[in-house]
Design a protein around this ligand. Structure first.
Ligand SMILES: *Cc1c(COP(=O)(O)O)cnc(C)c1O
Length: 416
């Protein structure tokens, strides 16, 4: 290797790999063990006391998980990462490491369904108040900051509203009030966006989606930029962690106070699958984006399609922000409208190639009718607020030949 910093396409293949520690294997061995033997009682004591770095018990740390943590941290340009058993666990742990009973969090309202329910209902039970504001309305974030606000949370592309908050501007608002900005970067992945470059402080992922890429392994990650300083007046409970871990204070706190005790531990097998998945992230994302461009264009010109929502379209309210924030393209998810729910059901029934299921970020093209599925038990007012309408189909564009996906959509639309 030269001294030049490897490019992203190289990092996805080589980062986190330690053949020298893995008997020459270039794939991470699956350390399928609940615990690790210590040589002596003295050593185990040192391991527990943190005087020696090593492995004790899977819920604490695991070598396969660590390979994935190193890889994801490098791809995001962060200081380090913690992998979790799911994206939801990552979001839960990322915020509960900062906010406690009596504290407040400001969140964009355009969120993945379970994230919305976690923040709206579960956090309420623990006395953490979440103020939901319009994800793209920067002034609403600014106006909602109180002395109790401990974090701002947004998705870099709202799912399924397909809106794009201006992360650079949000970071300025957050830092002006000494608050960290947390970004769920699942949808663009670090191939399309590194939120740290725009001022975000913490990034979370559902690795279940594009990072693993094959619809095979549930998982999540928390990544820390290390740049937020956690001022003592606002975050007195960080003081001890700053002394212990310096720039890694947040990761140390999230790990020590939350992660190892909550126990939403990643399975080493899932970390292994996700490592292999990430090897092809750059080429997959490139194809996902190329296909999305072609399919969105086809759908936008189809006479039975009433509307198409993707930030690359000039009709999208997020067009300008997306163009600035995502030079390589925004994401491979879009929504479109037919005349009514019945037409959406007809379309889905007639598909031959695309799969109808609740996931996204798979190699295969996936469709779903969110109104009648994930959001079926939401009250009408909340569905309206989240832009979940009965006429809407959501598409996660796969990496098949675009022509074949278009042909499938075309014949399904014909029968509507
Ligand atoms: C899927 C998803 C999550 C939740 O992740 P899981 O791995 O399913 O727990 C969170 N945020 C976004 C944007 C997602 O798409």
């Amino acid at each position: 290797m030269t001294n030049e910093k490897p490019r992203f396409e190289t990092l996805v293949v080589h980062s986190g790999v330690q053949p020298e520690n893995w008997f020459g294997s270039t794939l991470p061995p699956i350390f399928q063990t609940a615990s690790h033997r210590a040589a002596t009682a003295e050593q185990l004591s040192d391991l527990f006391a943190g005087k020696e770095k090593g492995f004790i018990y899977q819920r604490l740390r695991n070598p396969t998980n660590e390979a994935l943590e190193n890889r994801i941290a490098q791809l995001e340009g962060g200081l380090g990462a913690i992998v979790t058993s799911s994206g939801m666990a990552a979001i839960h742990n990322s915020l509960t490491a900062i906010a406690q009973s009596g504290d407040e969090v400001i969140s964009g309202n355009s969120l993945f369904m379970s994230t919305y329910l976690l923040l709206a209902n579960v956090f309420k039970r623990f006395g953490i108040k979440v103020n939901f504001v319009e994800s793209t309305a920067i002034d609403e974030f600014e106006n909602s900051v109180t002395s109790r606000t401990k974090a701002i949370f947004v998705e870099s592309v709202g799912n399924p509203k397909m809106d794009v908050p201006d992360i650079e501007k949000l970071a300025v608002i957050a830092h002006g009030s000494d608050i960290p900005l947390i970004v769920d970067n699942t949808m663009p992945t670090p191939y399309l966006l590194n939120p740290f470059n725009l001022g975000a402080d913490i990034v979370v992922h559902s690795t279940t989606k594009y990072l693993s890429g094959h619809g095979d392994a549930l998982g999540g990650a928390i990544v820390d930029s290390g740049s937020f300083t956690w001022p003592n007046e606002k975050y007195p409970d960080f003081e001890m962690f700053k002394e212990r871990a310096g720039k890694k204070a947040y990761l140390d706190k999230a790990w020590r106070e939350i992660h190892i005790n909550v126990g939403a531990t990643q399975s080493p097998f899932h970390s292994y699958l996700t490592m292999i998945g990430i090897d092809t992230l750059a080429v997959r994302m490139q194809r996902h984006i190329e296909n999305t461009k072609k399919i969105v264009e086809f759908m936008a010109n189809h006479k039975k399609v009433k509307w198409v929502n993707h930030p690359s379209l000039e009709s999208s309210p997020s067009y300008e922000t997306a163009k600035k924030q995502f030079p390589r393209g925004c994401c491979a998810l879009f929504t479109f409208g037919l005349a009514n729910q019945k037409e959406c059901f007809d379309f889905i029934r007639n598909l031959k190639l695309a799969y109808h299921l609740a996931n996204l970020g798979d190699c295969k093209t996936l469709v779903i009718h969110p109104y009648s599925s994930q959001y079926v038990s939401f009250d009408p007012a909340t569905r309206a607020k989240l832009s979940i309408t009965p006429d809407m189909v959501r598409v996660s564009v796969g990496i098949e030949a675009a022509e074949d996906i278009i042909a499938d959509f075309d014949q399904a639309l014909d029968q509507v």
